[in-house]
Design a protein around this ligand. Structure first.
Ligand SMILES: [Zn+2]
Ligand SMILES: [Zn+2]
Length: 184
C-alpha cells in the first residue's frame, strides 16, 4: 500500500502536533517552543507568530487526536468532513518553488491553524477511503498515550516515535523474563 508522499508527511506532522500535548505535559508552552516546533515541522505560507495563532494551533490537538480514537470509519469520516468544513478547505492546483502542479486546499494567507487542519484532514481522508485507518495507532507502552502513524509494510509498529517507549518496554520484558525461574 503506497500513499502519496504528501499524505504520509501530513499524517506524521499531525501526529507530531498531537503529541505536543503528551498526557499533561505541554510541549508548546510559549512562542519560543512553538517557533522551535515550526522549525522542525515547517509549514509553507504565512506565519504570524502571535499568541492567538499559537492558541488556535494548540486547540487543534484534541480534534486531530479524535481521529486516532475514532471507533470506526464512519465516525472518522464525520470528523474529517467537519474539519474540512471548519478549515474552509477548497482544493485547487498550484505550482510554486521547485514543485510542479499539485494540490493545495487553503490559501497561503489563511490562518495557520486552518492550513494545518485542512492538510491533516486531506491526509486522513486518504486513509479512510483506502480503508487504512488501522495505521493510526496509540503507543502500546503502559504509561504513554502518544499517537503514531504506522507506515511500515507489515503494520507492526507499536510504540510512539520518541524511541523511548520501545526501549523501555523491551527492557521491562527482558527483566520479566529474567525474573522467571529457569526451567532447564
Ligand atoms: Zn505547495
Ligand atoms: Zn510512547
Amino acid at each position: 500500500m503506497q500513499f502519496a508522499h504528501d499524505t504520509e508527511l501530513a499524517l506524521v506532522e499531525a501526529a507530531a502536533l498531537v503529541n505536543t500535548l503528551s498526557g499533561t505535559d505541554e510541549y508548546l508552552p510559549d512562542q519560543a517552543a512553538f517557533a522551535d516546533f515550526l522549525a522542525r515541522h515547517p509549514y509553507s505560507g504565512q506565519i504570524l507568530g502571535t499568541q492567538q495563532e499559537l492558541e488556535s494551533v494548540r486547540a487543534l490537538r484534541p480534534e486531530l487526536r479524535s481521529l486516532w480514537e475514532a471507533p470506526d470509519r464512519d465516525a472518522a469520516a464525520l470528523i474529517v468532513n467537519r474539519i474540512l468544513a471548519e478549515s474552509d478547505a477548497r482544493p485547487y492546483l498550484t505550482r510554486h518553488d521547485e514543485y510542479d502542479w499539485h494540490l493545495h486546499v487553503t490559501e497561503p494567507e489563511a490562518p495557520l491553524a486552518q492550513r494545518i487542519a485542512a492538510e491533516a484532514a486531506m491526509a486522513f481522508l486518504d486513509l479512510i477511503r483506502m480503508d487504512q485507518l488501522g495505521r493510526l495507532k496509540i503507543c502500546d507502552a503502559t504509561d504513554c498515550d502518544d499517537v503514531l502513524v504506522d507506515l511500515s509494510k507489515n503494520q507492526s509498529k507499536r510504540f510512539c516515535a520518541t524511541g523511548n517507549c520501545g526501549n523501555r518496554m523491551n527492557v521491562a520484558a527482558y527483566r520479566a523474563r529474567r525474573r522467571q525461574p529457569q526451567t532447564s
